[in-house]
Structures are given as C-alpha cells and as structure tokens.
Design a protein around this ligand. Structure first.
Ligand SMILES: [Zn+2]
Length: 217
C-alpha cells in the first residue's frame, strides 16, 4: 500500500489546490507560499452577519487565487479539493463557533444540478468539515426548486426572490430546539444561507450558524 502511494505520488505528484505548485514535502496541505499569502480572514474579519443566522464565519476571502480554486472545485470536477478545504473550515469553526452548535449540516444543491455536476460540493465540504470536528453530518434540508444560479444574478433583491421557498426541511423533529451549523462553499450576499436558516428556524431550529470556505463581501 505504501509502495502504491509512493508510485502514485511519483506519477501524479500532489499539487497545491490553490496555485498548482507541486508540494515538495508530503503531508503538506498547501504550498508554503499559499500558507503565507492566501487572503486569510482572522479575528472579527472572519465573522459576518446574515439574516436569520446568528454568526457566519469564513477562513478565506473570495479573491485570487481562492476564487479560481473554488471554481475548479464546483465546475471542473475537482471534488477532492474538499479534503483540503475541510481542514480549513473545521479550523475556522473551532476558532469561532466551538461549543455553539448541536449538529452539522449543509446547503444542498438541487437534484438536477447534482446530476449535471456529479456531486454536491457543499455536501463534500461539510462531510470533510464534520470529520475533522469529530461530528456526524446530518442531512436537514432538501432543495425542492431548481433555480437560476445565484452567481448569475446581480442585485440582492433578485437573489432573494430567486431562493424564496427553494428549500424544505427533511425531518423537523431532527432539528427541533437544535442549534444547526450549516456548511456552504461561498457566501456572497448571504441570501441562500439566509433562506436556509429561515426555513430551518420556521421548522423549529433554535439557532442557525454558518461556516463557508470563503466570503465574497
Ligand atoms: Zn500554493
């Protein structure tokens, strides 16, 4: 098995998922350059406000080279990036939301989009995040309406209208009185997270918190 891994590393040397440089040392998450220079958010800059959400935290700013990396993750099949991203989001949760949630869930994509893409990127990210936090991932929401991608809409009102009623709670008894931590890849205007939080709280969740890999605003 070790030999096999060695051979794999030789044939396909692990690369930094942000800049593409080959990782010289095995076991490194990122290359030293990215470790130093990525647009990290620390302290209160990592924390944001979203309607119906108590606190939304993100370890990174959505700008170069993070945006390109996330685009490859979402649209160009790099599903394994979740392994690295999950370590970053879990660390961010530990730094900002430790002890503040009861269960971890995610913002699901529609069935149609999942079929087209082959995977639900927020689910993969949430799964890795939960593993690193020693928690079990709980499915709480389902996307019941396939809508236009939020990224293609300009203003807040259009984004808000686009997501209203798009989600449904799977099992209300599962979240009743609970503090739910929702995982998603990027927060831009927060309309998607806000609608998910509103849906969860209407169904009985006590509180909703969020972690996203990156924050656009
Ligand atoms: Zn790098």
């Amino acid at each position: 098995m070790k030999l096999f891994q060695l051979l794999l590393d030789l044939l396909f040397p692990p690369k930094c998922i942000f800049c593409g440089h080959i990782l010289e040392q095995s076991g490194l998450l990122l290359c030293p350059d990215c470790q130093r220079n990525l647009p990290w958010l620390t302290g209160s800059s990592a924390e944001g406000k979203v309607e119906f959400v108590s606190l939304c935290v993100s370890p990174l700013r959505y700008k170069e080279p993070v945006d390109e990396s996330i685009r490859r993750f979402k649209f160009f099949g790099r599903s394994w990036y979740a392994k690295v991203y999950g370590v970053l989001t879990a660390q961010c949760v530990q730094d900002h939301l430790s002890g503040k949630y009861d269960l971890i869930s995610w913002v699901p994509v529609s069935r149609k989009r999942k079929r087209k893409r082959g995977y639900d990127q927020a689910f993969l990210l949430a799964q890795e995040t939960a593993v690193h936090l020693g928690a079990t991932l709980v499915p709480t929401l389902e996307k019941v309406r396939h809508n236009t991608a939020q990224s293609s809409l300009e203003d807040d009102a259009a984004r808000r209208a686009n997501v209203i009623g798009a989600y449904r709670v799977l099992e209300p008894e599962q979240i009743a009185g609970k503090r739910v931590l929702l995982v998603d890849d990027v927060v831009t205007t927060g309309q998607t997270l806000s609608e998910c939080a509103r849906t969860l709280r209407t169904a009985g969740a006590r509180e909703v918190l969020c972690v996203t890999l990156a924050k656009a605003r």
